[in-house]
Ligand binder design. Structure first.
Ligand SMILES: [Mg+2]
Length: 229
């Protein structure tokens, strides 16, 4: 089974402050806009690039100028975050994660991976600071730096998982995505893979009802995965 974990609201709780500040600082640096933080955009479930684009569109930055700056934005955001990443994010690890990940990693035929809107360098630094980075191999997963549209992430992660053994994309029927927003569920659907939603993020069970399973948190994950084969 390939397990594609979201990070924010799923593996880590409220560990986004320095991350969001890095995105805003990078926007100021690249597009020379004064106060991108004054614009409120929905961030949960969105990729970092998508968040930047939404902010810039709201303050009337030209679409071509946005596209031209995206490459620089990604490197600037990662560089700024690397200077400000908290040394220890372990208190932000969601309940059950440190118990469940080793159990899942030890199961035959199970591969732990990521499907997150975070830019990859930021995602890796964040997980390392939280003490759970070693569960997620480099070269695996899909990130906000791979695609602006979250819907593309599961396919990218399956291609990388399959390529590990020199094969084609990892099969959909043996892939489960775990996330905390309706956009996570929608991206699983877009790729035709199953989804498990956790209510540890900003959304409740009712808003996440399109998932194949809704659970109160990662601590219930093993039970659902074993129960559903
Ligand atoms: Mg999330």
């Amino acid at each position: 089974m390939l397990l594609l974990f979201d990070i924010d609201g799923t593996l880590l709780l409220e560990a986004t402050r320095e991350h969001h500040e890095a995105l805003l600082a990078a926007i100021r640096q690249v597009w020379h806009v004064a106060d991108p933080g004054a614009v409120h955009v929905e961030t949960a479930g969105r990729t970092d690039t998508e968040i930047a684009r939404q902010i810039l569109l709201r303050i009337d930055v030209d679409a071509d100028d946005i596209d031209d700056g995206l490459h620089e934005f990604r490197s600037a955001a990662a560089a700024i975050y690397s200077r400000n990443v908290p040394r220890d994010l372990s208190e932000h690890v969601a309940p059950g994660v440190t118990e469940v990940l080793p159990k899942l990693a030890g199961r035959d035929g199970t591969l732990l991976s990521l499907a997150t809107g975070d830019l990859e360098p930021i995602a890796r630094m964040k997980l390392r600071a939280a003490g759970i980075g070693h569960f997620f191999d480099h070269g695996q997963g899909a990130f906000g730096s791979d695609a602006e549209d979250r819907a593309e992430l599961p396919t990218i992660a399956r291609v990388r998982a399959g390529a590990r053994d020199g094969g084609g994309p990892w099969p959909r029927r043996r892939t489960v995505l775990i996330g905390d927003t309706p956009l996570d569920i929608a991206c699983a659907r877009a790729d035709g893979v199953r989804s498990i939603a956790v209510t540890t993020g900003p959304y409740g069970a009712e808003e996440l009802r399109d998932a194949d399973h809704v659970v109160a948190g990662i601590h219930e994950l093993l039970h659902v995965l074993v129960g559903s084969g």
